[in-house]
Design a binder for this molecule. Structure first.
Ligand code: ADP
Ligand code: MG
Length: 733
């Protein structure tokens, strides 16, 4: 079957799609009844554990107290009984290696009983510690492959759950993953450590502000996930989507998103059926999804859960991405989580909504009605402003990866310049602080009159939204909008928690010095401190249009870094200052930071290598044959015409011939350049150096080759063109 036939067959398969009978009926099983049914939750534990054991587990979860290992046997046995009652045959330690994926190692509950039968067993030791072979996960030189030992350690604070499969279920236990020599090999360990650091510093400041018996302060996180859905037939007819997750070729369609007719538009029936089924799966796992809607680009959608403890939110986010992908295939679709599956069409992000708080003081970034009188809020908000200004390069670095390079700064997603949007009300309060130290008023929120008497008056938010800001205050939390759709939340969370902990530490230390323990001196000291913070760090605040060229110039004047590409940004992961900060707050050791940087460079290299080789292959084996066949066809029509004395205009023929020639030459150049790109299955020898090489010498050739192929697409006869087009993938549903 030739390529073009594959494309035509894909189109007819899509057109003949028969909706599957919905497997769920929310009339029979109301959503509330299934919510959390597959989670070994606090409630489930309370039912199943002896009182003392339950209390001990709860103290660890809610107060961050050390885990009492002696209770593990009891918890394990209760967990197994619960899991078996849900049909589980195996348990799996789930962990999060530095590639950003979710990894699991499954073990059966059954052990031979020595009498020809088997008994179900799950000990505390098995719950607490696992030992997957670590040699195949990147460690950035922390552990050579011959020392393959790595341990997984039970994270009590993230609940165990059941994953269903048509043929059985598995008990999944979230774990941290460390090398046997100690260093973290995963993304969870530093999240937990950074949450601890943030709690310690926030407690200190709250104590200074006069609070007593302060409950544990946690970072909270609510991620908004954007994704594309396209028909699976198209997906499998595109080797680039299958292997790289994005289209490496494809001319922009005549109709893109110009009409903005997709955003919040009616959701197509098949997609809605898919969303409902995803939601049922999320509910079962206790993932509190709340909103769903169409996004800006054609075939782009969004799902957003309600915020949770950041560590749990990160685990849930990994599960959510997996479920989005798995359920899609049931509905004959593929879910694309790449940051930029279609060039020239809006890409996908993951907005990380972040705040901190506890059960007594509530959300510490809630300004209340009159933020100018809310010293506590102003200090925590001031800490974030200072942190983001001082560490904007680190924030930029933790969202840097090959996929996000296609999106950041492309006038659809926030630019690579990290700035803060505060909104009118807060910007005004901080402006007053800067002028006098003592703010005297807060702009009222007001009400919005819709102009029709029968409609309610709407309370108006004090600040409008700003879609162009990478880091926006949105009422009672900050929204880090520049995170990539495919990314694990952990890196950005670790950075945010740590830099804010560092700023709260600074604020608490300064206030302690200035007041010498005298509460009467607190208010004036806080005012002076806030004034100096705004003076030094206020330049990071920008409420204007982040997409505009003027902002790029203005940002440069203000000295805000503009790190356009991953290779530039990754430099900042392991600066001496950042290493010192991570070590000071016991989040990452120097060797852990350095190894992470190396792994991220390596991931970049592997991605570009795969894409470069894939492009060359598709150009040679799919595009070139089609366009050459077309040349042959044109030439023979020309010859036939000439034979009967009709003139043949060879303009198009010559154009295609010329493009074919450039294609062949460029493929040769690309293959040559890519052969020095350090690929080849054994990791990349000098990841950083290679990353720069790929960016400077290979990517330009990829861009050139794409230009040629995309132009060919506009010349070669449609019935010869082998790959499903943008038009088809995005608009035929
Ligand atoms: P908006 O409409 O302003 O974006 P939403 O209330 O819809 O606000 O929230 C968007 C996301 O922000 C949701 O995932 C929500 O759970 C999350 N969010 C709300 N409050 C907090 C908070 N205190 N901490 C972290 N995330 C939050
Ligand atoms: Mg959004």
């Amino acid at each position: 079957m030739s390529g073009s036939q594959a494309r035509q067959q894909a189109i007819s398969a899509v057109l003949n799609y028969k909706p599957i009978t919905p497997a769920l009926n929310f009339n029979e099983t109301p959503a509330a009844d299934i919510y959390g049914c597959n989670v070994f939750s606090i409630t489930e534990m309370e039912k199943r554990l002896p009182k003392q054991v339950f209390k001990s587990v709860k103290r660890t979860i809610e107060k961050g107290e050390p885990l009492d290992n002696s209770i593990a046997d009891v918890v394990a046995s209760a967990m197994m009984d619960w899991a078996i009652s849900k049909g589980a045959t195996h348990y799996a330690h789930v962990f999060y290696p530095l590639t950003g994926i979710t990894a699991e190692k499954h073990d059966s509950f059954l052990s031979p009983d020595g009498k020809g039968g088997a008994i179900a067993e799950f000990s505390g030791a098995q719950l607490i510690q696992g030992e997957p072979d670590a040699s195949s996960f990147p460690s950035g030189g922390l552990r050579s492959t011959f020392e393959a030992r790595g341990y997984t350690a039970w994270d009590v604070t993230s609940p165990a759950y059941i994953l269903e499969n048509p043929n059985g279920t598995t008990l999944c236990i979230p774990t941290a993953f460390v090398s046997w020599t100690g260093p973290a090999l995963d993304k969870k360990t530093p999240v937990l450590r950074s949450m601890k650091a943030l709690n310690i510093q926030a407690q200190r400041l709250l104590k200074l502000l006069g609070h007593k018996d302060i409950p544990m302060v946690t970072a909270t996180c609510g991620p908004e996930q954007e994704y594309f859905l396209i028909d699976r037939n198209f997906f499998f007819a595109r080797p680039d989507l299958v292997n790289a997750g994005r289209t490496l070729f494809g001319a922009k369609p005549p109709k893109g998103q110009e009409f903005s007719d997709q955003y919040f538009g009616a959701i197509p029936e098949r997609v809605l059926a898919y969303m409902l089924e995803c939601e049922r799966e999320f509910y079962k796992l206790g993932i509190p999804v709340k909103t769903r809607h169409n996004e800006v680009a054609p075939s782009q959608y969004e799902v957003a859960p309600i915020y949770e403890n950041a560590n749990v939110a990160a685990d849930h986010q990994q599960l959510l991405m997996m479920i989005l992908k798995n359920v899609a295939s049931k509905y004959g679709m593929s879910c694309l989580l790449h940051e930029k599956p279609f060039a020239g069409v809006n890409g996908s992000g993951k907005h990380l909504n972040w705040s901190l708080g506890n059960s007594a003081q509530g959300n510490l970034l809630d300004p209340g009605e009159t933020p100018h009188q809310n010293m506590q809020f102003l200090l925590f908000c001031g800490a974030v402003i200072r942190a983001v200004h001082l560490h904007s390069t680190l924030l930029r670095a933790v969202i840097a990866h090959a996929g996000n390079d296609h999106r950041l700064g492309a006038n659809e997603a926030p630019p690579a310049i990290i700035s803060i949007f505060l909104g009118d009300m807060l910007a005004d309060v901080f402006e007053q602080i800067k002028k006098s130290g003592a703010p005297t008023s807060s702009k009222g929120k007001g009400t919005l009159t819709v102009g029709v008497d029968t409609l309610p008056q709407l309370p108006k938010d004090a600040g409008d939204r700003n879609r162009t800001s990478p880091f926006a205050f949105t009422g009672n939390k900050f929204e880090f909008r520049a995170v990539g759709s495919n990314q694990s939340l952990s890196g950005p969370l670790v950075a945010l928690n740590t830099i804010v902990a560092e700023s709260i530490d600074y604020i608490a230390t300064e206030l302690e010095k200035a007041t010498g323990g005298d509460p009467a001196k607190l208010a004036p000291a806080a005012q002076t401190l806030l004034k100096s913070i705004v003076e030094k760090h206020g330049v990071v605040i920008f409420n204007g249009d982040g997409y505009s060229e003027a902002w790029h110039q203005e940002a440069e004047k203000r000295g805000l870094p503009n790190l356009k590409q991953t290779v530039d940004a990754l430099e900042y992961i392991a600066t001496p200052e950042n290493i010192a900060m991570f070590e000071k707050y016991a989040v990452l050791t120097k060797e852990e930071v350095v190894s992470r940087q190396e792994i991220y460079y390596e991931q970049y290299c592997l991605t570009i290598n795969v894409e470069a080789n894939l492009m060359a292959e598709i150009a040679k084996t799919v595009i070139y044959p089609a366009s050459t066949r077309y040349v042959g066809e044109l030439a023979s029509s020309g010859a036939s015409l000439k034979a009967v004395g009709v003139e043949f205009d060879a303009t198009l023929l010559n154009k295609v011939v010329a493009l074919n020639k450039s294609l062949v030459a460029t493929v040769a150049k690309l293959e040559e350049a890519a052969s020095h790109g350090g690929g080849g299955g054994h990791g990349v020898a000098n990841p950083k150096e290679t990353a720069f090489y790929l960016k400077n010498s290979v990517i330009p050739l990829m861009v050139e080759l794409r230009g040629i192929v995309d132009e060919l697409e506009t010349y070669v006869a449609d019935d010869h063109w082998p790959l499903p087009t943008y038009q088809e993938m995005l608009f035929i549903k």
